[in-house]
Design a protein around this ligand. Structure first.
Ligand SMILES: [Zn+2]
Length: 138
């Protein structure tokens, strides 16, 4: 079965996470602003990482400003690199194989089953409450 590749695209995050494999921290997201007038400087709220003056043919200075957005990016979904994703995936497959061979994977509750059980539990709880409420009215 082929999986969707959307989980492997660059992820924009509101908090700091680490690569699932090597534990390297996600990079701070950077946005670059280009001055539209000579001498104009960035005056926004974002934390400035770097200001670089660029001179055009007439000798005018245009500032290029790199800012931290306060967000983080993980280049390949949960991993910092394709290599990290590969290492993790192959180890995970080996781990699953080992589990299957030792205790049989039949004992583990699958996530789908867990979700189904949770739904059922909530339904029962709700029904119980509804019945109780009805009885109260009578
Ligand atoms: Zn990594």
């Amino acid at each position: 079965m082929m999986r969707t590749d959307t989980q492997s695209e660059e992820k924009e995050l509101n908090h700091l996470v680490r690569c699932y494999n090597c534990q390297r921290e996600a990079k701070k997201q950077v946005k670059t602003f280009y001055a539209t007038r000579p001498g104009e400087k960035y005056r926004g709220n974002l934390e400035v990482k770097k200001e670089t003056p660029r001179q055009n043919n007439y000798g005018h200075i245009y500032w290029v400003t790199e800012c931290f957005t306060g967000k983080y990016v993980m280049k390949f979904g949960n991993f910092c690199s394709v290599k990290c994703g590969l290492i993790w995936a192959n180890n995970e497959i080996e781990r699953r194989r080992m589990n299957k061979n030792t205790n049989g994977s039949g004992n583990a509750i699958k996530q789908e089953d867990k979700d189904q059980l949770m739904k059922l539990r909530n339904q029962i709880a709700m029904n119980g409450r509804a019945r109780y409420a009805k009885q109260e009215k009578v």
